[in-house]
Design a protein around this ligand. Structure first.
Ligand code: BTN
Length: 246
């Protein structure tokens, strides 16, 4: 397969604390090319958003990280979340699974979480000179802690080879990465909106003060969530300032 930007290299590990951390440390020692991928059958300290752990049954799912050097302005960091979410959404759609993106980047199927993304950037001056895109996607795991409200490809009735899904996501990530480095932000946003959970609908949110209803207008060019409140005022929220209830 020919990629526009990625130089394919796949480091397969059996067990590691976290593929994101491994790739980060490896890159300090030996600088990897754009698109180097590390996957692990088992992560002993898989990292999730907001300091949470990412739990995944050994050998059943995809847990991997890709290093890229986008050199985009730091204010566009959210577009890395967008391209990663879209790559996963598209790979699932090829399997006839309709996935929705819950802002900022949870991947949901039938309102259950099937995948998550953790992006760790290195910023130099005001540009992102290295980004490690970590993706966890549930594939063959059939039981989950009920508190997690999670699902997997197998639980959605589809049988698939784990490696095939990885190759698809990798190819789509290269495709969307191309739009990103061409600064095609508008097109990326349009794609993102198509799959964004509750876009143009009213959802229930929670900020540090209270729960409130608001219409999901979209994402600002710097990745803030744009909400129209019921009194018609428009507010912009950073990931850490608001939580999507439903
Ligand atoms: C989330 O909380 O939704 C984000 C989960 C991200 C998990 C992936 S699994 C591969 C990579 N390595 C990690 O330690 N985390 C990410």
């Amino acid at each position: 397969m020919i990629f526009k930007h990625f130089t394919p290299k796949h480091i397969k590990l059996n067990q590691i604390e976290s593929t994101n951390s491994y790739l980060h440390d490896l890159n300090v020692k030996i600088k990897q090319k754009n698109g180097t991928l590390v996957s692990a059958k088992n992560q002993t300290l898989g990292k999730g958003q907001k300091g949470n752990r990412w739990e995944s049954e050994e050998g059943k799912n995809l847990t991997f990280s890709i290093v890229t050097y986008p050199n985009i302005k730091a204010k566009y960091a959210f577009y890395l979340n967008i391209i990663a979410s879209l790559a996963v959404q598209k790979a699932l759609s090829d399997l006839t699974i309709t996935a929705k993106i819950k802002w900022p980047n949870d991947i949901l199927v039938n309102q259950k979480k099937i995948g998550g993304i953790l992006i760790e950037n290195q910023i130099n001056g005001n540009s992102i000179n290295q980004s490690i895109i970590g993706i966890g996607l549930n594939i063959n795991q059939s039981t989950f802690n009920s508190k997690l409200n999670a699902t997997s490809i197998i639980n959605e009735g589809i049988t698939v080879d784990i490696e095939d899904v990885l190759i698809q996501i990798y190819g789509y990530l290269d495709f969307y990465y191309n739009l990103l480095i061409q600064s095609n932000f508008k097109l990326l946003r349009q794609h993102y909106y198509k799959h964004l959970f509750w876009h143009n609908q009213i959802g229930i949110f929670k900020d540090e003060k209270s729960e409130f209803k608001a219409l999901v207008m979209g994402i600002s060019d710097i990745g803030l969530l744009e909400l129209r409140l019921l009194d018609n005022t428009t507010n912009y929220y950073d990931i850490k300032d608001v939580k999507f209830i439903y």
